[in-house]
Design a protein around this ligand. Structure first.
Ligand code: NAD
Length: 727
């Protein structure tokens, strides 16, 4: 069985059709690439063939390289990666030169890429070496090179060809940000050559082949006198581009993403040498990225395992539980967002609040988001009307009749929640599943208000609901499998990523993020420069420093959580040093961003300025400051050890969920692949050594968990095959 088929028509035009059997989207494998190469040889060698169309038998062209293959390439070592990539370059160069005389550049056969739909990664790199790229006018299609999003960069010539085609400046959004365009946008941006009506795709490709001249086949970079658009680094304009791009990349990535640096290196160094040497440089940089454990970890968490979780890797056996009618109780910030994402996914929603005014306000939130979408031309008037028509805003619980799932998002108060649970259960049928969106209250406790605890579950969204991709599903002590399956099927319907965890204080994400915030505040109390704390976090890849994050989530929420935790833990409460800072900030009325006053100072428009100067007055800087690394170790270990403890306690049952949840839930250093991947990158013995040092200097919160100590002793790792559920 082969991924490509080959046929020649009566006019001598060969068509190579990509159609991977058993997959809805074409992805490139090593064997597939060999097939393509052999078919191109066949076409070039056959005197009866005038030209070749490369197209797809599916509605899309291709989704890219099979990332499972890339993730495993590292095992072969650097030389084998480099040789493999150079082999691909040779094939793609063969397509590009298409049998032409190397001196006169004449006598080649035209090769056209005909793209019916989406063309990503290698699915665009192959077209980029063809002589013309024609796409069907399919507004749903996405065209681009998204490799950077999973920790690699376009390494099959895409980086070199795109830079030479459009110049470094114009190529930057596609290469550095993984920008994707629809066919018309791709044509306007210079990625592809032509957009035609879908039924015209193959006829137009054939017509182009039959009319093509020798000159049509010569790539600009192979023609005499080629100059890179926008200039090489030697050219003043080119120099500015490269200086700007370096600064931009470093500003955005803080230098922690190896792929972004390597990509820039490939573009910069490649721009100064002939094309074939540039491909070799690209291959070297690509090899170095694949050899970096960060790329393996990112691909594993952000692509392979994320997708596995979305497809239901941990879904209990149960018939399809797709939600038909959803009830959302509480139309505040969270309820309004949950109603919006659900209605947007085609689910009918009843949105209930205590007053009609509040319920209407919750529905108006959807209208606001849809209006924004219309301004950006992402949403049509019909779509807006359709989504809004799916939301019924009311105070009447009788409207919940026929709901098969309820998500409760009322105040974080067990009494209010218990009251709502009873009211809902009186209004819905016996099979309805009840989910609470609580962020802090144990599910098993809230389930006591239910007459059907096996149908009671936690579905914890993150704010803002429409933007945050993670949903934490919490199994209470009595929660049954059907409730878990229902929650997972719902999360799949709204196209988010689920993790399933067991019930414990703060579940998983909040359990790990709170120690991060606390560690930042502890350091303030100790006299560590708050600027050092914030920058150390960002330089290790955290999207926000801990103090900024406290400002964003508000000081009063922090105080509320601290008080509740203290009440629950009594004498065992370990965070008095944190409260010294937190409660003092509250006393000063510095409630965070929403109050325009927090750890940071804000201008009248709410724009963050520097650190608030009152902080340094009350918590003066200590004479001796810790090193950057020491601060980073404290901030990372505070989160990572909590993740390990969650695994030890059985709150987490799958490290894949721990890693994916950390990146999507609170932005844990994505370059690392997540807390468990990070521990594997540094190795358990080194992690133990760091923690022992931190324990000696700062106390028992850094005590090495037994699991980690055992791992260090045995030379084991989290992702060793038999430890991880991942394949
Ligand atoms: P909110 O105050 O914005 O909204 C709560 C809504 O519930 C209000 O509109 C209120 O009128 C309504 N309400 C209160 N009692 C009610 C009742 N008896 N019947 C019907 N409606 C009632 O709060 P929120 O931020 O949307 O939080 C809601 C829930 O989600 C809480 O449990 C919270 O812990 C949780 N949560 C919040 C966040 C967050 O970032 N805000 C994140 C995850 C989870």
């Amino acid at each position: 069985m082969t991924d490509f088929t080959y046929a020649v028509d009566a006019d001598g035009v060969a068509t190579i059709t990509w159609d991977v059997v058993g997959k809805s989207m074409n992805v490139m494998s090593k064997a597939g690439f060999d097939d393509l190469s052999a078919m191109v040889d066949q076409g070039l060698a056959d005197p009866g063939v005038k030209g070749i169309i490369i197209t797809s038998g599916k509605k899309d062209f291709a989704g890219g390289m099979d990332l499972n293959v890339i993730a495993n390439m590292r095992a072969g070592g650097a030389q084998s990666i480099f040789d493999g990539v150079m082999g691909m370059h040779a094939v793609m160069r063969k397509i590009e030169r298409a049998g032409m005389d190397p001196k006169t550049l004449k006598g080649g056969k035209p090769i056209v890429a005909a793209l019916p739909g989406t063309a990503l990664g290698i699915g665009l790199e192959v077209p980029l070496c063809c002589h013309r790229i024609i796409a069907a006018d399919n507004p749903k299609a996405k065209i681009g090179l998204p490799e950077i999003m999973v920790g690699i960069f376009p390494g099959a010539g895409g980086t070199t060809r795109l830079t030479r085609k459009m110049g470094a400046m114009m190529a930057a959004p596609y290469l550095l940000e993984g920008k994707l365009s629809d066919p018309k946008g791709a044509k306007a941006g210079g990625l592809i050559d032509e957009v035609v009506a879908p039924e015209e795709l193959l006829p137009r490709a054939k017509a182009w082949i039959l009319a093509a001249t020798d000159a049509d086949l010569v790539k600009p970079w192979d023609a005499k006198g080629y100059k890179m658009p926008g200039g090489t680094p030697y050219h003043p304009a080119g120099f500015m581009t490269f200086v700007g791009a370096s600064a931009m990349v470093l500003g955005k990535t803080m230098g922690v993403y190896p792929a972004a640096k390597a990509l820039l290196g490939a573009v910069y160094e490649g721009a100064m040498v002939p094309f074939d040497l540039a491909l070799k440089i690209e291959a070297r940089h690509f090899t170095s990225v694949l050899m970096n454990p960060s790329s393996t970890a990112m691909i594993r968490s952000l692509f392979i395992n994320k997708e596995a979780l979305e497809k239901g890797a941990n879904r209990p056996q149960a018939p399809d539980q797709a939600v038909q009618k959803l009830g959302v109780i509480g139309a505040g910030m969270m309820g309004a967002g949950i109603a919006y994402v659900s209605a947007n996914a085609g689910i009918d929603v009843v949105l209930i609040d205590a007053t009609q005014e509040s319920a209407d306000k919750g529905k108006a939130y959807s209208e606001g988001l849809l209006d924004k979408g219309m301004q950006r031309k992402k949403v049509t008037a019909e779509k807006k009307a359709e989504v809004l028509a799916r939301i019924t805003a009311t105070t009447d619980y009788a409207a919940l009749a026929g709901c098969d799932l309820i998500v409760e998002a009322v105040f974080e108060d067990p009494k209010v929640k218990a009251d709502v649970t009873a009211k809902v259960e009186a209004a819905v049928g016996p099979d309805c599943i009840f989910a609470t969106n609580t962020s802090t209250l144990p599910i098993s406790g809230l389930a006591k208000a239910s007459t059907r605890p096996e149908q009671f579950i936690g579905i914890h969204f993150f704010s803002p609901v429409d933007k945050m991709m993670l949903v934490e599903i919490i199994r209470g002590k009595q929660t049954g499998d059907r409730a878990v399956a229902k929650a997972l099927d719902f999360v799949r319907q709204i196209r988010k990523t689920p993790i399933v965890v067991n019930d414990a204080r703060f579940f998983y994400a909040n359990r790990c993020i709170i120690p991060y915030l606390n560690e930042g505040m502890r350091m303030v109390a100790e006299g560590v420069d708050p600027v050092l704390v914030e920058n150390a976090a960002k330089l290790v890849g955290m999207p926000l420093g801990p103090l900024q994050l406290v400002d964003e989530t508000s000081i009063d929420l922090g105080v509320k959580i601290a008080k509740a935790t203290k009440a629950a833990m009594g004498d065992a409460y370990p965070d008095s040093a944190v409260d010294e800072v937190l409660f003092w900030m509250a006393d000063q009325g510095r409630m965070g961003k929403k109050a325009n006053a927090g750890f940071y100072a804000y201008d009248a428009a709410g724009k963050r300025e520097g650190m608030w100067d009152g902080l340094a007055k009350h918590f003066p800087e200590a004479g001796e400051q810790p090193s950057l690394t020491e601060v980073q170790h404290r901030l990372l270990m505070a989160q990572v050890l909590e993740a390990v403890r969650a695994l030890e306690d059985g709150v987490l049952t799958d490290i894949r969920e721990g890693d994916v949840g950390a990146i999507l839930g609170w932005g844990f250093a994505p370059w690392s692949g997540g807390p468990f991947s990070w521990l594997d990158i540094i190795g358990a013995p080194r992690a133990v050594e760091i923690c022992e040092g931190l324990t000696a200097r700062y106390g028992t919160r850094f005590t090495v968990p037994d699991l980690l100590r055992d791992m260090a002793a045995k030379g084991d790792s989290f992702y060793r095959k038999d430890n991880a559920k991942a394949a």
